[in-house]
Design a protein around this ligand. Structure first.
Ligand code: FES
Ligand SMILES: [Fe+2]
Length: 380
């Protein structure tokens, strides 16, 4: 195990996190606890479970969870763990009126309460009382929805979500977040440490080179770093969107009521630890990074247009184009990340030099990591 106490802030500023942090098993275990159990991690999107009874199972950083839309249209998040002997209830996204454990058929309502258990009292002809069932509901998980992203705090002890997200919420106050309509979610996986996926999203320097189809070096020279809080960093291109406006004849509509000065602005953010979020005047993308192991990561990329008009058939061709462009970019990143994993986790990479002109946001993400990994549990 690498000794977290030996990593200095100076080393991070100069070189980033040590190479071993991208492959060390014990470090990963500590991340699962300190970052993913104790923090606000995203698991998916509300519009992935749009109908009552829709269920989304998610594996992330050693946890197995389910998000469910109930009969009233509200979302609940639970551990995907049966209250009998701990079997998983659901393996795939599905729509159900109740959840039946495959092991011994204990059955739960979609609000998480136990409905029935076959022959619970053996050959005694007796039914379960409310009291018998009371301590056998699925275990719920604290969660919050913001810009359709489902965030969970598994240990239940993190700061209120409103406080956590406030700086970004304020920055985006003029965008009507509830108008967004999801057009696709695409799952990816890579043989890469999750931090490299986050890091790469916050690296504006590579975009004109790895994604030369998307923009030029000149267009990213104007990018601003956004250091919003101890949990949120990002980048902004004030005219990133307007530079591309002329390329196609028909444009997707922009956010309803968006002030004129924001109609060219692209901004993208890393919300610690695993939420990647991009806001264009005409579209939004979220990437939920799901660590599966120290060098295995799954990602779900969801793409939205920004109001009902943009989501209508009138814009079907533009929606398809948007989906293809953003997934092409992500596929290029995935291919890069698989290779980067091998070299960035090699000791020689500790002799690399971060560039003050371009790598401030990455550096800040690494500093956040160090601070949270070193944090002592608060006295209860
Ligand atoms: S483990 Fe689920 S019913 Fe037994
Ligand atoms: Fe990229």
């Amino acid at each position: 195990m690498i000794d977290i106490t030996q990593i200095t802030s100076e080393h991070i500023t100069a070189h980033g996190l040590p190479a071993a942090a991208f492959k060390d098993k014990d470090t990963y275990q500590l991340e699962c606890e300190k970052l993913f159990t104790n923090g606000w991690a995203s698991i998916g999107c509300g519009q992935q479970i749009s109908k009552p009874g829709d269920i989304l199972p998610v594996k992330i950083a050693g946890h197995s969870l389910i998000a469910i839309r109930n009969k009233n249209g509200e979302i609940g998040v639970f551990h995907n763990i049966c209250r009998h002997k701990g079997a998983p209830l659901v393996d795939e996204p599905c729509n159900k009126r109740s959840l039946v454990c495959p092991y011994h058929k204990w059955t739960y309502k979609i609000d998480g309460n136990l409905l029935s258990a076959p022959s619970y009292f053996g050959n005694e002809n007796k039914v379960m009382s409310a009291e018998d069932k009371a301590d056998k509901s699925l275990i719920s998980v604290r969660f919050a929805i913001w810009w359709d992203i489902i965030f969970v705090n598994i240990d239940g002890q993190a700061e209120p979500f409103g406080d956590f997200i406030q700086p970004l919420d304020e920055l985006l106050a003029s965008y009507p977040q509830h108008d967004i309509r999801k057009i696709s979610t695409t799952d990816y996986s890579g043989e890469v440490n999750w931090k490299l996926a986050v890091d790469n999203f916050l690296d504006g320097y590579h975009v004109p080179f790895v994604h030369s189809q998307a923009c030029s070096l000149e267009s990213v020279l104007e990018q601003d770093d956004l250091l919003l809080s101890e949990n949120i960093v990002g980048l902004r291109l004030a005219n990133g969107a307007s530079a591309k406006q002329a390329k196609t004849a028909k444009q997707l509509p922009h956010f309803t009521g968006l002030p004129q000065e924001k109609r060219g602005t692209q901004q993208w953010f890393g919300i610690f630890p695993n939420t990647l979020f991009f806001v264009d005047p005409c579209w939004v993308q979220t990437i939920v990074i799901k660590p599966m192991g120290e060098t295995t990561t799954a990602e779900s990329l969801s793409i939205y247009v920004v109001n009902d008009e943009a989501a209508s058939d009138e814009y079907a061709a533009e929606q398809t184009t948007l989906h293809e462009i953003l997934n092409e970019v992500n596929q290029q990143d995935i291919e890069l990340l698989d290779k980067l994993q091998v070299t960035r986790s090699n000791e020689i990479a500790n002799q690399g030099h971060l560039n003050a002109a371009w790598d401030q946001v990455n550096m800040t993400f690494h500093q956040m990591w160090l601070k949270k990994m070193r944090a002592q549990p608060s006295a209860q």
